[in-house]
Design a binder for this molecule. Sequence first.
Ligand SMILES: C[C@@](CO)(OP(=O)(O)O)[C@H](O)COP(=O)(O)OP(=O)(O)OC[C@H]1O[C@@H](n2ccc(N)nc2=O)[C@H](O)[C@@H]1O
Ligand SMILES: Nc1ncnc2c1ncn2[C@@H]1O[C@H](COP(=O)(O)OP(=O)(O)O)[C@@H](O)[C@H]1O
Length: 281
Amino acid sequence: MTVEAFAPAKINLTLHVTGQRADGYHLLDSLVIFADAGDRLTLAPSDGLSLTVTGPRAAGVPTDGRNLVLKAADLFPDGQGAAITLDKHLPAAAGIGGGSSDAAAALRGLSELWNRPLPDAQAVLSLGADVPVCLAPRAVRMRGVGEEILDGPRLPDRMGLLLVNPGLEVSTPAVFKALERKDNPPLPHPPGWSSAGAMAHWLAEQRNDLEPPARRLAPEIRQVLDAIAATEGCLLSRMSGSGATCFGIYETRAQAEAAARIIAPAAPHWWVQAASPYSAA
Ligand SMILES: C[C@@](CO)(OP(=O)(O)O)[C@H](O)COP(=O)(O)OP(=O)(O)OC[C@H]1O[C@@H](n2ccc(N)nc2=O)[C@H](O)[C@@H]1O
Ligand SMILES: Nc1ncnc2c1ncn2[C@@H]1O[C@H](COP(=O)(O)OP(=O)(O)O)[C@@H](O)[C@H]1O
C-alpha cells in the first residue's frame, strides 16, 4: 500500500504578535488559511526509513535528519520502515510553512501507513510552532505560540489567491528578534464573510506585525507587495508569516491567474503561484 499526503501552503491572513513567553517564544493571534498549492509526499512500505526530495523546489532542502519529514517520523515510538518521496513545490524559509506542512503531512501519512495513532500534541509542537495548525488544514484562528487552534470564521465561497516570493530566504528567528513591540493588540472577533471583498475590507484593518521588521531585513518585500497591489482586481496584499512570501486576495481564481501572468514574466527569479483556498475537512 502506498499513501499520498498533500502539504498545502499556509497563509497567515493576519498575524498579530500579542506578547512573549518567558522562554522567548511569541504569543500570536493569527487567521490561518491554506492554499491548494503545496508539496506532495508519497510514502511506501520499506524495511528502513528513507527520504528522497524531488521537484522544482528541491534544491537546498536537507535530505538528512534535519528534514522535518524525518523528524516527524522519529516521533512514532514504534515506527516501522517507509520510503518517503517529498515532491517539493513550495519555496523554503518563506513564511508559508513549507517545512511545517511537510512535517504535518508526514505525520498524517505515516499514521495511515503504519496504522498508528498520531503523536501527542506536545510532541507535534516540538517539531515547530506551525506544525499543529498544518495537521488538519482548514481556516482557523491560531493563538498561543501556535498550539491553540480555534474554529475560523466562514470564508467566502469564491476567492482567488496569489502567492509571490522574491527568491529570498528570511530567517524566522531574525524577524522576531527585529520586532520592536511585542505587546500589540489582539485580533477582534472575525465575523465571517460572504464575499472576498467584505473579507479583504475587514482584513485591511488588521495587521501582520512581522511585516515591518521583515521589510527592514529584506527591502524587496515592498516591491512584491506593490507588484501584487497593482494587479487588476487585487483586494488586499499582505505578507504571510515571517516572510518573504506575500499574498494577494481576489474575487476569483481567474483574476489571481491573470495577475500571475502579469507578474511572473516581469520578475523571472520570483516564485509566483495562483491558488484557491484548500480545506482538508
Ligand atoms: C511565524 C510563523 C507564523 O505562522 O510562520 P512562518 O514564518 O514560520 O511560516 C510561525 O509562528 C513560525 O513557526 P515555525 O517556523 O514552525 O517556528 P519554530 O520552528 O517553532 O520556531 C522558529 C523560531 O521562531 C521564533 N518563534 C516562532 C514561533 C513563535 N510563536 N514565536 C517565536 O518567537 C523563535 O525564535 C523560534 O526559535
Ligand atoms: N521539508 C522541508 N522543506 C523545507 N525546508 C525544510 C524542510 N525540513 C527542514 N527544512 C529547513 O527548515 C528551514 C525553514 O523552512 P520552512 O519551514 O519552509 O520555513 P518557514 O517556516 O519560514 O515557512 C529551511 O531553511 C530548511 O533548511
